[in-house]
Ligand binder design. Structure first.
Ligand code: AMP
Ligand code: MG
Length: 417
């Protein structure tokens, strides 16, 4: 039986970066750049004013005060987007707006609040410093500067930077195509008539939703009954995708045909059990030769299935998308009430997280049955209980993996001043 880390390593070792494609910049959020991006321009393209005010020669106004202002003749009115028509001479100033080019002859901008008068003359009341309020050519971007490295995840700021250098189309790593299949005679599909003797399919949807958070729209293949024929047919359909995720039927039950059927389709199973709770019948295989589909076999129990999806499938898909950080983040918290556990396998225990003035405190959500999906609804995070521990004590520092947006909170967390 593999440990969680061994299983993650085996999976990640099988993954090559996927193909590069061009996407419109507006669709590129969350994707990963496949090439370095350099600046094709200077920005600003010339020295510009950082303020609404007057462009002038500092030597003219050095020493100006409110009581003894310097009076200059206004020779031009420069708006952002227009070029100055005259240069500034001694005893002169050009009215200038934020973002407008600084005219020849001027070396300083005095903001409008430090002046008075609005006609042909302006009184300078405060001198500022020489060179004040001017943004220099290329201060923001310089031609040929490397702006974004291949491998950068496209955040809102990176997306804006791509737009600034006119990348209407952006080279990114392709997202993998993924199919999801649930198996089991007892399962009832969402669209089927209600039958109280059946078990509604949940796993197709929890897994689909985890993948949506990565921007992947998986194809749902539906439910395969536990017969070799039906399984083989559905699994063959799944071979058309980069990744096939099958839930149920991977343990050692009499009707668990998933493994032998996959092997018949040329998938080599690399492991089928991992030392974790919940989720130990978790399988991974990969196609050889022409068929390069990666296959993940999830346990049928809905909580196990979700936990394995987060620990194993999400990192794999992130790697395929070219992302650098593959693993769900962890943080440390204090345990609010002691818990009993069984030794032997790493346990991802469902917990609630509370933000207190002394830091984060976690408590078990209660029953940890692997079939109780509501316990995942109530949980904010998974607490990692090492395989060697049979209990954890109140007050211990524990490692926690967030499930949802727990980095949002009910209060701003800082004062307004
Ligand atoms: P299995 O791994 O096929 O032995 O299934 C283990 C348990 O999970 C059984 O109680 C199944 O009914 C349940 N189960 C299997 N697949 C699903 C599914 N797609 N949605 C919800 N429960 C499931
Ligand atoms: Mg089954």
């Amino acid at each position: 039986m593999k440990t969680v880390i061994e299983a993650q390593d085996i999976i990640l070792d099988r993954i090559d970066l996927s193909v590069v494609e061009q996407v419109p910049v507006t669709e590129s959020l969350g994707r990963v750049l496949a090439e370095d991006v350099h600046s094709n321009r200077n920005h600003p393209p010339y020295d510009i004013s950082a303020m609404d005010g007057y462009a002038l020669k500092f030597a003219d106004i050095d020493g100006a005060t409110r009581d003894e202002p310097v009076i200059l003749k206004v020779v031009d009115d420069i708006r952002a987007g227009t070029m100055p028509s005259v240069s500034v001479g001694s005893g002169e100033a050009s009215r200038i707006m934020t973002g407008a080019p600084v005219p020849d002859g001027a070396d300083t901008v005095i903001r409008v609040e430090d002046t008075s008068g609005s006609g042909e003359n302006v009184k300078i009341l405060v001198p500022s410093g020489e060179g004040a309020n001017i943004r220099l050519l290329g201060e923001n971007l310089k031609v040929d500067d490397k702006l974004l490295k291949a491998g950068t995840e496209i955040t809102p700021a990176a997306l804006g930077t791509l737009a600034m250098v006119k990348y209407a189309e952006v080279p990114v790593f392709r997202r993998p195509t993924v199919a999801i299949l649930s198996t089991g005679d007892e399962l009832e599909a969402l669209g089927e008539p209600f039958d109280e003797t059946k078990i509604p399919d949940a796993n197709s949807y929890t897994v689909m939703a985890e993948l949506k958070a990565l921007g992947i729209d998986a194809t749902l293949l539906g439910i395969a009954r536990d017969t070799r024929e039906e399984l083989a047919e559905k699994l063959r359909e799944g071979m058309e995708y980069d990744v096939l995720i099958v839930s149920g039927g991977v343990s050692v039950g009499h009707h668990d045909f998933v493994r032998p059927c996959l092997e018949e389709l040329g998938i080599r199973m690399l492991f089928w059990r991992v030392a974790l709770r919940p989720g130990h019948p978790f399988a991974f295989g990969a196609g050889e030769g022409e068929n390069s589909t990666l296959v993940f076999g999830l346990p049928g129990n809905p909580v196990s299935s979700m936990v394995c999806c987060v620990q194993f499938i999400v990192p794999a898909l992130r790697k395929m998308m070219g992302k650098g950080n593959l693993y769900r983040g962890t943080f440390e918290a204090r345990l609010g009430a002691s818990v009993k556990d069984r030794e032997g396998r790493l346990h991802f225990m469902r917990v609630k997280v509370e933000n207190t003035p002394e830091g984060r405190v976690v408590r078990s959500t209660g029953s940890q049955g692997s079939g109780i999906l509501m316990s995942m609804v109530e949980a904010d995070a998974l607490m990692v209980v090492p395989a060697s521990r049979a209990s954890l004590e109140e007050g211990e520092v524990v490692t926690v993996q967030p499930l949802n947006d727990i980095f949002y909170q009910s209060e701003p967390g800082f004062k307004g001043e």
